[in-house]
Design a protein around this ligand. Structure first.
Ligand SMILES: Nc1ncnc2c1ncn2[C@@H]1O[C@H](COP(=O)(O)OP(=O)(O)OP(=O)(O)O)[C@@H](O)[C@H]1O
Length: 382
């Protein structure tokens, strides 16, 4: 008797509160400890002592450049790849030690979706979704009941009899998602599931994944090379570079205060950590007689909506020029980064930083730039 036969279909109809409202102490559904993978001794490790954990109900993005080891990592989670050393636990199963029937049983708790969908062209949408149920030995009657529920969940009720060739990319991925959910997994692995889709379809698939995460409380681990994907749906993110974790944490924290150059660079098109070259080119590390301090303020939470700059003008009498800035919403919370030039204000910088800190904001002098009037004089002279 399978788990599905014991507790059939119904879980996907239940409404579960969003993961953000879940109790604080949540179970770790995925635990990776010191995971190392060497395909080729000469090339060195592709994964090098990787450790991370994913809590129940989270959507955890794993991001890295091409070759960083993302696919290898996600494939180790369901033992499509056998790691060289380290330990992986998924939903209580010690994935690295299991074999045979135990491994097959553990894999039922792990659904997976792929960049190129991996559908069988000779089967209809319904029959593709039925495949894992057939392999698991679920009765025909049970499958017949379950397929419409799964297709409905992904919004494809009207395409049950369509073959993959008759479906758009987004519809194929919906079939892939329904198939991955067929055995009621505890974790869904997504390997670049939106990389082959256009931006609009990507948005639809990501919102479907988020909806499934909320409705079912399903934990999702998704690998991607696009920070936009992480921003759209991930509550947590791990950044991989050269097979190592360079940072990991709540998406908002990594977006607000990225520690690694690779994370900053991934974020450059989303939040204003990196200055445009025209502004960066004006910065020098040391002050001089014709420069003024350049202040970066990171606005988080409620303070992002406060009149902070106006208050600085009133309280400290400064006439700040905005060099660069952007406010965005990350994990549904506002995050703003503003870079200001503070002419005639060098002596007030310590007090300004203390004031920002008292508001719970992060302020930092990132360099010094020629004051705009001096810049104009210089341009005129050159
Ligand atoms: N089966 C394999 N045999 C040998 N080397 C491999 C194998 N699979 C991956 N590699 C190598 O491991 C490294 C990491 O590959 P992996 O696919 O895990 O990275 P990735 O971050 O997912 O990259 P991409 O975004 O380009 O898919 C690469 O140098 C790749 O050539």
């Amino acid at each position: 008797m399978t788990k599905l036969a014991l507790s059939p279909v119904l879980r996907i109809d239940e409404k579960v509160e969003p993961s953000v409202t879940a109790a604080p102490a949540r179970r770790q559904v995925v635990r990776v400890e010191d995971l190392t993978m060497v395909y080729d001794q000469k090339a060195g490790p592709v994964l090098d002592k990787v450790s991370l954990s994913v809590e129940e109900g989270d959507i955890h993005g794993i991001i890295g450049r091409s070759g960083a080891g993302k696919s290898t990592l996600v494939r180790c989670l369901n033992r499509l790849v056998v790691p060289t050393s380290g330990r992986i636990e998924v939903s209580g199963h010690d994935i690295t030690r299991l074999s045979g029937a135990d491994l097959r049983g553990a894999r039922r708790d792990i659904g997976m979706i792929f960049q190129h969908f991996s559908l069988m062209s000779s089967r209809t949408a319904a029959d593709n979704v039925a495949l894992p149920l057939e392999i698991a030995g679920i009765s025909k009657e049970e499958i017949r009941k379950r397929i419409p529920v799964l297709l409905d969940l992904v919004g494809l009720s009207n395409k049950a009899d369509a073959y993959p060739v008759e479906l758009s990319g987004g519809q194929k991925q919906r079939v892939g998602i329904a198939r991955a959910l067929a055995l009621d997994p505890k974790v869904l692995l997504s390997d670049e599931a939106t990389s082959a889709l256009d931006p609009e379809t990507t948005e639809q698939i990501l919102s479907l994944l988020k909806d499934i995460n909320r409705r079912l409380g399903l934990t999702i681990v998704l690998i991607t090379h696009e920070m936009e994907v992480v921003r759209a749906i991930a509550s947590h993110v791990t950044v991989l570079e050269h097979g190592q974790v360079v940072e990991s944490g709540p998406t908002f924290d990594v977006f607000a205060f990225p520690k690694s150059p690779v994370a900053r660079s991934f974020l450059s098109s989303i939040v204003a950590h990196e200055l445009p070259p025209q502004v960066a080119g004006r910065l020098s590390p040391e002050p001089s007689s014709d420069t003024a301090p350049v202040l970066r303020i990171v606005f988080t939470g409620e303070a992002a909506e406060e009149p902070v700059v106006a208050d600085l003008a009133v309280k400290f009498g400064i006439r700040a020029s905005i060099l660069h800035g952007r406010i965005d919403y990350i994990d549904e919370r506002p995050l703003g980064i503003l870079t200001l030039l503070l002419p005639e204000a060098a002596d007030r910088v310590p007090a300004i930083l203390a004031h920002l800190s008292s508001l719970g904001l992060h302020g930092e002098v990132i360099g010094h730039a020629v004051r705009s009037s001096a810049a104009g004089t210089r341009r005129a002279a050159s």
